[in-house]
Design a protein around this ligand. Structure first.
Ligand SMILES: CC(C)(COP(=O)(O)OP(=O)(O)OC[C@H]1O[C@@H](n2cnc3c(N)ncnc32)[C@H](O)[C@@H]1OP(=O)(O)O)[C@@H](O)C(=O)NCCC(=O)NCCS
Length: 362
């Protein structure tokens, strides 16, 4: 057996064939078109495979993302397309590949690794934990919103520059360029809904679907709250069926407005499974953000295999890194051993905001 290692350029077609056979047996497109920035020649150094002779046995891909938030800029290693040949499962191949992806994430100074899965116990073995928040709102019924002078359409033939301009108004999100947006717009099964003002300017957009995933889910959107409400109202009337909007917790005004729509239902879930890859660097970033809020004595550290969390001398210690992931990204567990004033101070800093838009999920 050879690997875990990055494929050579001439092996990429074989790797994609392995992924298509195992992960997309019923699709008439290649999985590479669903993840155009991850499963691409430009990211080949972050793909890991194990091979035997000419055969690919196991695979995973790492896609480093820079995520800007108002307080902290994170580097996040998204991991996806984790799969082992059906005949070779249960031999530790995926664990080997994932460990190598995590080592690569660390080498590239990612603060955390993040993945989307329902195999919670499989990933908990590697100390991933469900963490950070994802809000979802289902629009069950048609509703009216003020849409005076706006025009709507559903078509992906829209300037990537215009989408990118609105995307850049988000306070939390990955750093993207126009070429990335152009690639994302070509993902199979993408429905792009847009709203235009009387001058022909794009004022809001919403993206539903992404290859085999996220049908019925709006996972990317941009524009002002009022223009987005008008767009969602139009989409609901056009579709004639309920759909779900996914949002980060920081989108407070839009969440409030959507919750107020009659018949809207709201759910809170997790962003994904997260594992710290550069703990010291991550703790440093959070402590710097705390200092900018006037909190100079936040304790967030690891000493001799013990994680320490608190303020000043009021500190708790624990050994499971998954508890630290929850403390940092939420939901912050009840910590009865800390004084109420310490919890109050901690809650000014934690959980930190982390959000990944749908096009970045792999
Ligand atoms: C999940 C998958 C990648 C695991 O690959 P693998 O090479 O068999 O995994 P490993 O042999 O490294 O497994 C290591 C451990 O995880 C456990 N494990 C494997 N599959 C698991 C599952 N579905 N749920 C929980 N634990 C699982 C194994 O029992 C083993 O545990 P042990 O070390 O305590 O004995 C493989 O089953 C697969 O390709 N599934 C289909 C694609 C898929 O679902 N991918 C995950 C998408 S997020």
């Amino acid at each position: 057996m050879d690997g875990p290692r990055a494929p050579k350029e001439n092996e990429l077609p074989k790797v994609l064939e392995f992924l298509n056979t195992n992960l997309r047996p019923n699709s008439n497109w290649s999985i590479a078109s669903e993840y155009p920035t991850a499963l691409s020649p430009s990211n080949i150094g972050n793909i890991r495979i194990i091979t035997e002779g000419n055969t690919v046995l196991s695979h995973a891909v790492l896609k480093p993302l820079i995520i800007k938030t108002p307080a902290i800029v994170f580097k996040v290693g998204a991991i996806g397309s984790v799969v082992t040949d059906t005949q070779r499962r249960g031999q530790g191949l995926s664990q080997q590949i994932l460990k190598e992806c995590l080592a690569e994430a660390e080498r590239q100074e990612c603060d955390v690794a993040l993945l989307w899965t329902n195999l919670y116990d499989f990933y908990r073995k590697l100390n991933f934990e469900l963490a950070a928040f994802e809000e979802s709102i289902v629009l069950d019924k048609e509703f009216n919103a003020n849409s005076s002078s706006l025009k709507f359409m559903q078509d992906t033939h829209v300037s990537a520059e215009a989408i990118h301009r609105l995307y850049n108004q988000h306070t939390v999100g990955s750093v993207r360029n126009v070429a990335d947006v152009r690639k994302f717009l070509s993902i199979p099964n993408t429905l792009l809904y847009t709203a235009w003002d009387a001058q022909g300017q794009l004022t809001a957009y919403a993206v539903e679907g992404k290859g085999a995933d996220l049908n019925g889910y709006i996972h990317e959107w941009g524009g002002s709250v009022s223009n987005l409400l008008a767009l969602f109202s139009w989409i609901r009337k056009e579709k004639k069926t309920p759909f779900t909007i996914i949002l980060g917790q920081h989108s407070l005004n839009l969440i409030t407005a959507l919750k107020a729509i009659p018949g809207a239902t709201h759910n809170e879930g997790y962003l994904g499974m997260i594992k710290m890859t550069r703990e010291k660097q991550l703790f440093g970033k959070i402590k710097r953000a705390a200092r900018s809020l006037g909190i100079a004595d936040l304790v967030l550290e690891k000493i001799d295999e013990q994680y320490r969390l608190g303020v000043g001398t009021d500190v708790i210690e624990f050994t499971d890194e998954k508890d630290m992931v929850r403390a940092i990204f939420g939901p912050l567990p009840e910590i009865p051993n800390l004084k109420p004033e310490t919890m109050k101070t901690l809650e000014k800093v934690l959980p930190v905001n982390l959000w990944i838009w749908g096009w970045d999920s792999i």
